[in-house]
Design a protein around this ligand. Structure first.
Ligand SMILES: NC(=O)c1ccc[n+]([C@@H]2O[C@H](COP(=O)([O-])OP(=O)(O)OC[C@H]3O[C@@H](n4cnc5c(N)ncnc54)[C@H](O)[C@@H]3O)[C@@H](O)[C@H]2O)c1
Length: 479
């Protein structure tokens, strides 16, 4: 007979139940959880993050000594550069002191712009691809403005800062992770500004939307989209030395992501309270560009790397998503898509002129007499959009909108960009965009290529601030 009392048997049974529970349910579940967690993080491809030198600190909200007069040197005067020279002649307190390009004719043409505007001629530098080194070394220059081809942006930027100049670099300012880290490290070590000339964040719709986002009109922004969809067939043969086709030929991935990504990152406070965590990318095969090369140049290119259409998804630390697209060959309407989706509303632009959709209750009678009947299932009517554009006009455009539209450059946004750059330098304010914005927006170029070459594997986007992404509370354009 069993010597155990009922209560003892019950106790043993309970203990066995617990043991069984641990053995057959809890342990396997734990093992699955642990292995899933480990597997997930192991699936993410990581790139090296260089450590900071002793004494080197971040350049968040970097301020430099005010420069009442900003002496500017331009390097790269092809299709894009002369427009910047022209715009800068309209900004008070700017002296254009040097003009540089490989080609003499380009330098002379830009000096002609100064002459026409009644300004003193700038010193001329031309003749070879190393001539820019004389320009970054000039003693009486405050800002080097770079609009050369992509392949030499970072090298010129690093040298300009080492030579004691602030630098502003056309998009994309860097093509590889090593170029990106070189720009960050040099800016941190020299305490010089390094700004990417991303003009699309200054378009009127994007600026107004940013202001609405910051005032909570869209609730919490959860998703954003951006794109560069622009058939470049009319331009391919105009780029110096075929640099753009050459880069597309050799690289898969989103090679021109900053126009689409910049405005979305600003609306999401990236490295000012949130950060980009990882991306996955997928592309189509390459058809359009090899066909162009065959038809126009008689070349039979079998190994063209850049797919016709590349789509990239990004997830942020705070659980938001971004979709970015690139297509420079398909017969489609020009599309620099900009889309913000929040918990209370939606903003959208391109290829149509775009508009806003807001949940009922988000508008009052000051904005629309019909406000009670509006909801987010459709865009607000034209007159309501116009009213919102007026009410939420971004403060930085208020004084200069008229002049920006007169001087031009993509409808005025290019002028606002140059104006803000000079405005902040003159007053010793932090610039609207810092070197970490440059890094975050350019890193898609190398990281999408890694993802695509690994069957769309997730690739980590490093914290380029190296620990500072949550120090700032939102984006602020200083005044
Ligand atoms: N933000 C925008 O809306 C926008 C629009 C167009 C172009 N861009 C950017 O502007 C940059 C230039 O584009 P582009 O269309 O003018 O190209 P481009 O080929 O017309 O001009 C490049 C110029 O750089 C010069 N150059 C090349 N190497 C040089 C060197 N080592 N030293 C001095 N000069 C050198 C070339 O002679 C050429 O004149 C690119 O980064 C492009 O992506 C931006």
């Amino acid at each position: 007979m069993d010597d155990f009392s009922f209560s003892e048997q019950l106790k043993l049974y309970e203990e066995m139940k617990v043991k069984k529970l641990v053995l057959f349910i809890v342990l396997p579940l734990f093992a699955i959880t642990v292995s899933c967690g480990k597997g997930d993080s192991e699936r993410v491809i990581k790139t090296d993050v260089p450590s900071r030198q002793a004494g080197q600190t971040d350049v968040l909200q970097l301020k430099a000594a005010p420069l009442p007069v900003v002496r500017v040197a331009f390097i790269g005067l092809g299709m894009r550069g002369p427009g910047a020279v022209q715009r800068m002649t309209h900004i008070e307190g700017v002296e254009i002191v040097a003009l540089c390009d490989v080609l003499e004719s380009n330098v002379k043409k830009s000096n002609g712009i100064l002459e026409k505007r009644g300004l003193p001629k700038a010193a001329e530098f031309y003749g070879d691809t190393a001539v820019w080194r004389k320009v970054t070394a000039l003693p009486d220059v405050d800002l080097v403005y770079v609009a050369t081809n992509w392949q030499n942006h970072a090298q010129i930027g690093v040298q300009a800062m080492k030579d004691g100049k602030h630098v502003a670099i056309e998009v994309p300012a860097a093509l590889s992770m090593s170029e990106i880290w070189a720009l960050i490290n040099t800016s941190e070590q020299t305490r010089k500004h390094c700004m990417q000339l991303e003009n699309c964040v200054y378009d009127f719709f994007e600026l107004t939307t940013l202001n609405m986002v910051q005032q909570g009109v869209f609730g919490e922004v959860l998703h954003g989209e951006g794109a560069y969809i622009h058939g470049l067939q009319p331009y391919w043969d105009s780029y110096w030395n075929d640099w753009r086709m050459d880069f597309n030929r050799k690289h898969r991935g989103d090679v021109y992501p900053t126009h689409g990504l910049g405005p979305v990152c600003q609306a999401m406070n990236i490295h000012r309270g949130d950060k980009l965590n990882y991306l996955v990318s997928m592309d189509t095969k390459a058809v359009g560009n090899p066909a162009y090369l065959k038809e126009k140049r008689g070349e039979d290119v079998k190994d063209f790397r850049n797919g016709d259409h590349t789509t990239t998804l990004i997830r942020t630390e705070k659980g938001k998503t971004i979709m970015i697209q690139h297509d420079v060959t398909s017969p489609r309407p020009y599309n620099r898509l900009y889309q913000i989706a929040g918990t209370k509303g939606f903003a959208y632009k391109y290829p149509s002129p775009g508009g806003f959709a807001l949940s009922s209750g988000e508008l009052d009678e000051k904005i629309s007499k019909d406000h009670e009947n509006l909801n987010a299932h459709g865009f607000v009517p034209r007159e309501v959009k116009d009213t919102l554009m007026k009410i939420y006009k971004h403060p930085i455009t208020k004084d200069i909108e008229e002049m920006a539209k007169k001087v031009g450059g993509h409808g005025g946004m290019d002028f606002i960009m140059d104006y803000r750059l000079i405005y902040c330098l003159q007053r010793g304010l932090p610039l609207d965009m810092d070197v970490y914005d440059l890094a975050e927006w350019c890193c898609l170029i190398p990281l999408t290529e890694i993802s695509l070459d690994n069957s769309s594997a997730p690739v980590e986007i490093p914290d380029f601030t190296r620990g500072g992404w949550n120090k700032l509370n939102g984006l602020k354009f200083e005044n």
